[in-house]
Design a protein around this ligand. Structure first.
Ligand code: WT7
Length: 649
């Protein structure tokens, strides 16, 4: 039984950590018993222009629905992440940048240098008409300018919307248009694993479909030749040469928006998740300290991309708010070879590595030798995020990567939650492989059954959060009603996560995965509806249904069932064309792993697609299709089973 397997807090952690087991119980107890006093006390971590006197003010009930934190406080997020550290210890390294190609030199920015760079970028934005509250879309590779651009927006109170560089021009255009952003920051090209990505060309293509776009700032990253459109495009280095390195931070209300990040849901187009300035920053700072017990002088490495919330909270905002040295890596964990991730650890003497289970599973396939070829003695903590970590990957991470020395911090959370919600504290929590363990202070998780009954003790059900926390998203950009409908109507009065979970006899939480039509591909969230609408946009496709399938590296793969228009012929060529089509429409992460031509889809008599059956077939569990008596045409299922697509192993 996995549950019987317990990894106690190592002695040295018990002694050195800020919070031990007793400390956790006290902190957690106080956070729920007296949240007002608890959070006003925590808020002292930040530098306020006006210190707040109110903490949470919220209601999840429809009649009085509102969420706010520290509403009377004023601060500037960039000043908290940079200026106060530049003043107190300006020579400390804020950001270490490790290039894609290991033969190139890393770059380092002290807090003082980062301040000057951010001020300069902020002045360039201002000179290009960006004002407080304006939306700025950032479509950059993992280069230092990505961090600088994000923080420059925060400095002047512009709302950044970072779009992952792997998204297609179409997906980018949708995200520019949805938040009516007039300015995009991009680069000539990105680099990853030795390959080039033509980012500027993607922006050009997106611009045709995004009429709000007026200005494109282009960072020179690789030096590739790119077309510049007169009157719209400018080079960052030209503009920066004329900009001052001094820019006062804009005073912001705690509730003013900090950023939008688009994420997939179970229906419709991606939602613009909106985060606040004060509550979000405090949540990122608190959880970064609670989960990782960061100490000055250590190097913290969150190996995510800034295009995802993990990069926002744990490459930038959390670590920088805490005055940490954060590492930003341009490339892939296993390029040029399977040792690279560990070589980066050695090169920069990384203390904490925070990555995703999909990365571990890919590395495990190459065996232990590439890990053993490196030293890794600087490591003291290992983090995991993005999807449930299977116990095999957990044990490998612990035994091989960490040599049995480093606690594994498995953090469960979501784009919507801003930071870790259920996760261990290294000096306080005994670990169980595969469990995200205990809630963070202030987090009140509940298990519910389908009828909305709260389940107590050891139980399995749907995961909801019964009260607000500072890092909670505030709205869906432009659609407050969708925010309420999506998260607060399944279980009235509670935030519904979309995840299933189990609580064991010790009160430990085990996340079992999404219970809605969202799939988790390599730790990235994909709405099946989005892939379906990309498929039906193809002229030869009549109908499509997409479900998740087990995948040994990605966790879940994408399985698409496609019905062609009458008269169209299924062929290998069309199969490949459709796979490429989705890749082009959304981006490489949405590319179906399996695509099956289906003469018909299993539907109820009222015309609803029976996804339960499609999931079973995709999983290969064809012996247990369950009740098929409500199907309009039962024969459809036999054809699907007979022509099931399997992945090469
Ligand atoms: C979904 C959120 C968390 C930031 C990156 C992903 C799944 C995330 C875990 C974990 C089990 C996890 C959930 C969640 N998830 N972390 N440690 N254990 N599941 O953010 O794209 O918003 O996805 O990822 O299903 O709902 P996201």
């Amino acid at each position: 039984m996995a549950e019987a397997e317990l990894y106690p807090v190592p002695d040295e952690w018990r002694q050195r950590a800020r919070i031990d087991a007793e400390g956790y119980d006290k902190l957690y107890g106080r956070s729920l018993a007296d949240p007002g006093a608890f959070w006003l006390d925590q808020a002292k971590r930040l530098d306020w222009i006006k210190r707040p006197e109110i903490a949470g003010d919220w209601s999840f009930d429809e009649a009085d629905f509102h969420i706010s934190w520290f509403a009377d406080g004023k601060l500037n997020v960039a000043a908290n992440c940079i200026d106060r550290h530049a003043k107190a210890h300006g020579d400390r390294v804020a950001i270490i940048w490790e290039p894609d190609d290991p033969a190139e030199e890393p770059r380092r920015f002290t807090y003082r240098q980062l301040l000057a760079e951010v001020c300069r970028f902020a002045n360039v934005l201002k000179a290009n008409g960006v004002a407080k509250g304006d939306r700025v879309t950032i479509y950059l590779p993992m280069i230092p300018e990505a961090a600088v651009a994000v923080l420059a927006c925060a400095r002047i109170g512009a709302i950044h919307s970072v779009v992952f560089g792997g998204f297609s021009p179409d997906a980018l255009a949708g995200r520019i248009q949805d938040c009516d952003s007039k300015l995009v920051i991009t680069a000539d090209e990105g680099r990853r694993g030795g390959k080039r990505i033509a980012l500027k060309a993607c922006v050009d293509e997106a611009a045709d479909r995004a009429p709000s776009l007026e200005r494109v700032i282009v960072v020179r990253a690789t030096g590739a030749e790119v077309a510049m459109r007169d009157g719209r495009d400018i080079w960052y280095h030209d503009a920066a040469a004329e900009a001052s390195g001094d820019c006062p931070p804009e005073p912001m209300n705690a509730e003013d928006p900090l950023f939008i990040l688009y994420t997939s849901g179970s229906t419709g187009k991606p939602k613009g998740v909106l985060h606040s300035s004060g509550g979000y920053l405090l949540w990122a700072a608190c959880t970064h300290e609670w989960c990782f017990d960061y100490r000055v002088g250590e190097v913290f490495w969150c190996a995510a991309d800034i295009g995802w919330v993990t990069g926002h909270s744990y490459i930038l905002y959390g670590p920088l708010a805490n005055g940490a040295t954060t590492l930003m890596y341009e490339g892939l964990p296993n390029w040029p070879d399977a040792s690279r991730i560990w070589q980066v650890v050695d090169r920069h003497q990384v203390s904490t590595l925070f990555t995703a289970p999909t990365v571990l599973r890919a590395l495990m396939k190459d065996g232990d030798a590439p890990v053993h070829a490196t030293d890794r003695s600087s490591l003291r903590l290992l983090g995991s995020v993005g999807e449930p970590i299977n116990p095999e990957a957990w044990r490998w991470y612990h035994r091989v990567a960490g040599e049995g020395r480093c606690p594994i911090i498995d953090t469960w959370w979501q784009t919507e939650t801003g930071g870790a919600m259920i996760a261990p504290m290294p000096g306080a929590t005994d670990l169980k492989p595969g469990s995200a363990t205990r809630p963070m202070p202030g987090v009140d998780p509940q298990l519910l059954d389908a009828e909305g009954q709260v389940l107590h003790g050891a139980a399995e059900g749907n995961l909801a959060i019964a009260r607000s926390w500072p890092g909670q998203m505030r709205t869906v950009w432009g659609d407050h009603d969708r925010f309420f409908q999506t998260y607060f109507t399944t279980y009235p009065g509670k935030y519904f996560t979309g995840d299933g979970a189990r609580r064991d006899d010790d009160g430990y939480w085990w996340i079992t995965g999404r219970v809605d039509d969202v799939i988790n591909v390599s730790g990235h969230r994909m709405g099946t509806a989005e892939v379906e609408s990309a498929l039906v946009a193809h002229p030869k496709v009549a109908e499509a249904a997409v479900v998740g399938m087990p995948h040994d590296v990605k966790g879940q793969g994408i399985y698409a069932y496609v019905t062609l228009n009458g008269g169209e012929e299924a062929s290998d060529a069309l199969h490949d064309e459709l796979v490429q089509w989705v890749r082009r429409e959304i981006g490489p992460i949405a590319k179906p792993d399996a695509l099956q031509f289906a003469p018909g889809l299993p539907k109820t008599r009222s015309g609803k697609i029976m996804r339960r059956i499609l999931r079973k077939i995709a999983e290969g569990d064809t012996g247990a299709l369950g009740d098929t008596s409500t199907l309009a045409e039962p024969a459809v299922v036999d054809d699907l089973v007979a022509n099931r697509v399997t992945l090469p192993t």
